[in-house]
Write a protein that binds this ligand. Structure first.
Ligand SMILES: Cc1cc2nc3c(=O)[nH]c(=O)nc-3n(C[C@H](O)[C@H](O)[C@H](O)COP(=O)(O)O)c2cc1C
Length: 366
């Protein structure tokens, strides 16, 4: 059977992946309320299309932090992609390049910064950072990513500790011994693979990441690099304003795919207050729950400048390596093109906030 949607790829990936890896990829934190909300919230939004507007030529290209992109969709950082397929991050980065999309490489990748840079020189690449207790580790990653031609740093700010990921705890999820955290020396990988009970990732995060970081540490980062700094994991107008005041170039409205603090809102629901507070001052982006072109459209209408997918790229990778991600991106691109035409938008500037409303607005009768 042909795979024609992200949901089809997800189903296929579920058949192919090792059960522990599947649990690690798909699960959220706690009772997985937010994980579900990320998807359900899109279903509660209705489109208000316009008609008789020439859509014979679409232009959906955009510029984000100096990068020229074919369309406003990129790949969010997800750890350990070789668990899905031997192509790993190299496959995903190449597929992103083919599609004219941004690729964000996770600190916890199974292909190194240098390997990805060499294999995907044309792809616009950003590097995702955690701040390690051993600060020199973070400093070295910054230096290496700059040398390798990455164009921005994405500091993940929603992980002072790991979320309550019950599936990984039940499975005693550990880093498999045949792979390595490619950006680090072997001993750091071994700390992750260590034999403690419960989730190895939780133990790794607790022992390695600096949970004392504050807004002051953004200054520390800014001293280390001239590249734009994006904060990933912002969910309130208050923090968005602090990010702006700290001189960040952008933010990604994200709840880590529902994997950190359960019962925070869907990102699409958190977006409007953030756009209202800082939309004119810095680049507001979003991830979480994007499954179709229609979802991309809704996020843009509500003020995101670009959006990212996390799990969908993993489903593509698990299904057929780089080719699978390419295919998945083609489907999303076609879907987004179709949505643009059917809503009467020939360019991104034609997308208006009034084109998306909450379903309840159709029932507000006095
Ligand atoms: C398996 C997996 C691993 C992830 N690893 C990272 C990571 O290393 N760094 C990070 O900032 N976010 C990580 N994330 C969060 C994603 O960047 C992104 O916020 C989330 O997946 C978006 O939601 P979606 O999966 O619904 O698209 C991970 C998410 C998943 C599913």
């Amino acid at each position: 059977m042909s795979l024609v949607s992200v949901a089809d790829f997800e189903q296929k990936a579920k058949e192919l992946l090792d059960p522990n890896v599947l649990d690690y990829y798909k699960s959220g934190a706690g009772e997985q309320i937010t994980c579900g909300l990320n998807h359900e919230a899109y279903k509660r939004l209705r489109l208000r299309p316009r008609c008789l507007r020439d859509v014979s030529h679409l232009d959906i290209s955009c510029e984000i932090l100096g990068a020229q992109l074919a369309w406003p969709l990129g790949i969010a950082p997800t750890a350990m992609q070789k668990l899905a397929h031997p192509d790993g991050e190299i496959g995903t980065a190449r597929a992103a390049g083919q599609a004219g999309s941004i690729f964000i490489l996770s600190t916890l990748s199974t292909c190194s910064i240098e390997e990805v840079a060499e294999a995907a020189p044309e792809t616009c690449k950003w590097f995702q950072l955690y701040i390690y207790k051993e600060r020199s580790l973070t400093q070295q990653l910054i230096r290496r990513a700059e040398l390798a031609g990455f164009k921005a740093f994405v500091l993940t700010v929603d992980m002072p500790t790991s979320g309550d990921r019950r599936a990984d705890a039940r499975n005693d999820f550990k880093f498999p011994s045949h792979l390595s955290l490619a950006n680090f020396q072997d001993d750091l990988t071994q700390r992750f693979a260590s034999k403690c009970a419960g989730s190895g990732l939780t133990a790794y995060v607790t022992s390695q990441y600096d949970s004392s970081i504050t807004w002051q540490d953004i200054k520390w980062l800014q001293q280390l690099t001239q590249l734009p700094i994006v904060l990933k994991g912002i969910l309130t107008a208050e923090d968005a304003q602090l990010a702006r005041d700290a001189g960040c170039a952008g933010i990604i409205v994200s709840n880590h795919g529902g994997r950190q603090l359960d019962t925070v809102p869907a990102t699409i629901d958190a977006l409007p207050e953030i756009v209202a507070a800082v939309g004119k001052d810095l680049v507001v982006m979003l991830d979480g729950g994007i499954m179709q072109g229609i979802d991309i459209f809704k996020a843009l209408a509500l003020g995101a400048q670009t959006v990212f997918i996390g799990r969908p790229a993993l489903w593509g990778l698990a299904t057929d390596g780089q080719r699978g991600v390419e295919q998945l991106l083609k489907i999303l691109r076609h879907d987004f093109d179709t949505t643009m035409k059917l809503t009467g938008c020939a360019s991104l500037s034609h997308i208006q906030p009034s084109m998306v409303v909450h379903e309840s607005s159709y029932w507000q009768h006095e």
